[in-house]
Design a protein around this ligand. Structure first.
Ligand code: ADP
Ligand code: MG
Length: 553
């Protein structure tokens, strides 16, 4: 307190026999109402006598009682009406939470007309707050310290009244830190705990932080994904969506080991992931199934990352769990629909292809009944039946993959076997199949029957494309973990539009072709994650290159 303040506020009487140094910020813990009224009267009366500004923050009932008493004590109506009265419920926002920043602002605004004109003013205020206000024990002392800082260098003289029967000792001590004096109904003393506005956190930073924290809390609560905070493998927080996802109150999930939220078959995986997180590693997004409190199983996607809480010794993570049930169902449906439509297309073309020979068989049988050239008809009938047989057997290879046996096969050996098998057919067309460049011990896990079928179909096409004899070169070698098989012919080659259509079911340029050979090849190679490419030059020949991932131990 400086001398200027002292000269403006002389010693003031609080009770009949008590004075206080002017400019003070006084904490009044009252317990008896009649004493409280007497003390208020003497404080207000002194203010009026000194012609100082007088502000009374109390209930409207108390305003009337005090004003009436002042008049009885000889003050004129004009004097009494000069007291600025404010309802303490409005002032402290009792209907809201105790917002330090806004209460302080109201206080500063109320005294501002005096402060900015350097006029003395005294404030009698009965502080009230909503009982359920969160952290009031922390907020009230902080408010008083901040208010003390505001009035420190002004001519404001404030008495902050608290109901001593309601304020617990810990809060009382906190309040004493923000007041230079403490008084009860009968006694006044210098506050032993007073910390003259030192190290008071900046109000506006505090407010920003509080707002921010609330903002983030709100954001997390409202997220459409379930958010869990997991500390030492146990759930310590779950947002609203988490409760919805698990079909129960969040209280049923708190303290549960995180793995128990999932289906038993994922328990080890979850533990593994959290162990990795604890070691500081990242874990990728994963799809799993959770088990709700009502024992329903739901497809989810989970992502987890470390989260620093107050205690660095606690291993804490945030896990975000997204319900992907609908997406999964949709995917399943799409796959099923696609499969059905492919099967449907195939079935239609097969029916068409099989019906052709059947129609001619039917026709010739009818002719045979009437005609004598029976032998010739029977030959045709036999040919047509063979054709149906060929189509059926080519398609059988496609039908098999579901139950085929897979083993480690040497690609070079399989290719050589096929070349030997087809050599006799080739020789009849003056073709030589050469397979010198075949590297052995290039292994692949496959069904040898299927893989040989691929080689047979391609080499057969090569033979069929070479009407004037020549050489077919077959080779196989390893290249960067891939087995590369090349089959090169000196046949008539293909124009681009034919190359584009290779692999389409029933696409054939041959009179007796089925157009299924290459479709089967593409299908099988794809099944083993391989790839077929074609290079063809009209009149010169065609090269088929098959790439397959080699078996790795
Ligand atoms: P198909 O042999 O029954 O006609 P494929 O599916 O085996 O049926 O072959 C489809 C078509 O691709 C053949 O009809 C032919 O026109 C063309 N083709 C395939 N391989 C060769 C090749 N090596 N040389 C030229 N044309 C080829
Ligand atoms: Mg063929």
């Amino acid at each position: 307190m400086n001398s200027l303040t002292n000269s403006v506020h002389p010693k003031v009487a609080l009770t009949k026999n008590m004075e206080v140094q002017s400019g003070a910020h006084v904490l009044y813990m009252y317990s008896d109402l009649s004493n409280y009224i007497e003390n208020a009267l003497s404080f207000l009366a002194t203010g009026l006598e000194l012609n100082h500004g007088v502000i009374l923050i109390e209930s409207p009932e108390m305003h009337s009682i005090l004003k009436e008493r002042l008049k009885q004590n000889g003050f004129s109506a004009k004097q009494v009406d000069s007291i600025i009265c404010a309802n303490h419920h409005d002032f402290y926002g009792t209907n809201q939470s105790f917002e330090i920043a806004s209460v302080l602002k109201t206080f500063v605004n109320t005294v501002d007309p005096y402060v900015s004109n350097d006029l003395p003013v005294r404030v009698w205020s009965n502080v009230c707050w909503k009982k359920s206000t969160c952290c009031i024990g922390r907020k009230l002392p902080l408010y008083e310290q901040l208010a003390d800082k505001e009035v420190a260098s002004t001519k404001v003289f404030t008495i902050c009244c608290y109901n001593g029967n309601e304020v617990p000792a810990n809060i009382a001590i906190g309040l004493m830190k923000g007041h230079s004096y403490v008084m009860t109904d009968e006694e006044l003393a210098v506050s032993m705990y007073f910390q003259p506005h030192k190290s008071v956190p900046s109000l506006f930073v505090e407010r920003d932080l509080e707002e921010k924290i609330n903002h983030y809390k709100h954001l997390i609560e409202e997220l459409p994904d379930a958010v869990f905070i997991v500390s030492n493998y146990k759930v310590i927080y779950g947002n609203r969506t988490a409760a919805q996802l698990f079909e129960g109150g969040i209280e049923h999930l708190i303290n549960k080991p995180i793995r128990e939220l999932f289906q038993p078959k994922y328990h080890t995986l979850i533990e593994e992931r959290f162990n990795r997180l604890q070691k500081g590693e990242r874990v990728p997004l994963a799809e799993m199934k959770v088990q709700t409190l009502k024992q329903h199983v739901i497809d989810v996607e989970i992502v987890s990352f470390p989260f620093v809480l107050n205690d660095p010794n606690q291993f804490t993570t945030i896990s975000i769990i997204r319900n992907i049930q609908e997406r999964k169902e949709h995917q399943k449906l799409t796959i099923k629909t696609e499969k059905l439509s492919i099967a449907g297309q195939l079935a239609a073309s097969i029916a068409h292809e099989v019906r052709n020979p059947l129609t001619s068989i039917k026709g010739f049988i009818k002719l045979a009944q009437e005609d004598s050239m029976i032998d010739e008809y029977y030959t045709i009938i036999e040919e047509e039946i063979d054709r149906i047989d060929t189509i059926a057997s080519e398609l059988l290879v496609l039908g098999k993959p579901v139950s085929i046996e897979v083993e480690l096969c040497d690609t070079g050996k399989m290719l050589r076997d096929v070349c030997i098998l087809l050599q006799s057919q080739a020789i009849m067309k003056k073709i030589d199949i050469q397979y010198q460049d075949v590297q052995m011990n290039c292994f692949i896990k496959c069904n040898s029957g299927q893989m040989k079928q691929v080689f047979i179909n391609i080499i057969k096409n090569a033979i069929e494309a070479m009407d004037e004899g020549g050489v077919i070169l077959a080779s196989s070698h390893m290249e960067q973990g891939q087995i590369v098989i090349v089959i090169q012919d000196e046949g008539k080659g293909m124009p681009d539009h034919v190359v584009q259509k290779l692999g389409e079911p029933f696409y054939s340029t041959k009179a007796d072709g089925t157009g299924l050979g290459l479709m089967v090849c593409f299908n099988i190679v794809e099944q083993y994650n391989g790839n077929i490419s074609v290079n063809s030059e009209l009149g010169k020949g065609t090269t088929f290159t098959i790439q397959l991932p080699a078996f790795k131990e």
